[in-house]
Design a protein around this ligand. Structure first.
Ligand SMILES: NC(=O)c1ccc[n+]([C@@H]2O[C@H](COP(=O)([O-])OP(=O)(O)OC[C@H]3O[C@@H](n4cnc5c(N)ncnc54)[C@H](OP(=O)(O)O)[C@@H]3O)[C@@H](O)[C@H]2O)c1
Length: 184
């Protein structure tokens, strides 16, 4: 049994991840907006894994995600899994979706906010992984998923996404990188 703390456990992704973890018999601590991921340095202590699936559109995205990542790192938890966004996945080495000239300008600040959080993780010594749907959340659950390069036309349900997160928790395979997930 793994001790897992899920931040954003009242959200769409976090709720499914927490439910999947409980269904597999793990010890799950569920945290919503209060005290929030900002309290990770205290709340995550003693857990094996911290999962962060948070978003707060009222906050500056870069400040919010950097603050969240700093708190997760400060907790010293053994493994950090952050739910990310597909525009930060690379279409070729060194080129992310968000870097394309035709990427919608209005979506860039949110994406770069997520990137600020990834930068904090990358500059730490923590054992982290960012898992992102390769396209949008939606479609019909298949009970299966695949790890795959970005394809904005792809779909993934929150339920199938949770399976990918759980498998990575139970059999850690990817470290200090970002992976894309789609329904199989
Ligand atoms: N296609 C994509 O790449 C894609 C698509 C969708 C989402 N995502 C990402 O997936 C992650 C989860 O998204 P979601 O759809 O599950 O979001 P969601 O349903 O809006 O849930 C957000 C969670 O964050 C919590 N929260 C809100 N404000 C907070 C704060 N100030 N401090 C700490 N926690 C706070 C919420 O708590 P309350 O319930 O109390 O408000 C909730 O538990 C996000 O990082 C999002 O950007 C990616």
């Amino acid at each position: 049994m793994t001790k897992i703390v899920v931040f954003g456990a009242s959200g769409q992704a976090g709720r499914q991840i927490a439910a999947a973890a409980e269904a597999r018999g793990h010890d799950v601590t569920k945290i919503g907006r209060t005290p929030g991921v900002q309290a990770a340095a205290e709340v995550a202590v003693g857990h094996d894994v911290a999962v962060s699936a948070v978003v707060d559109l009222s906050r500056d995205p870069a400040e919010f995600y950097a603050e969240a990542a700093r708190a997760l790192v400060a907790s010293g938890v053994g493994r950090i899994i952050v739910i990310g966004i597909y525009p930060l996945l690379e279409t070729s080495p060194g080129t992310r979706v968000v870097d394309a000239p035709d990427f919608p300008a209005e979506h860039r600040p949110f994406c770069l906010g997520h990137a600020a959080g990834v930068d904090v993780l990358a500059n730490s010594t923590a054992n982290w992984l960012v898992m992102s749907p390769v396209g949008n959340f939606g479609g019909t659950s298949t009970g299966k998923y695949r790890l795959t390069p970005v394809n904005p036309a792809d779909e993934l349900t929150y339920e199938d996404f949770a399976l990918a997160v759980m498998d990575e928790i139970e059999r850690p395979t990817h470290h200090r990188t970002q992976v894309g997930v789609a329904s199989a």
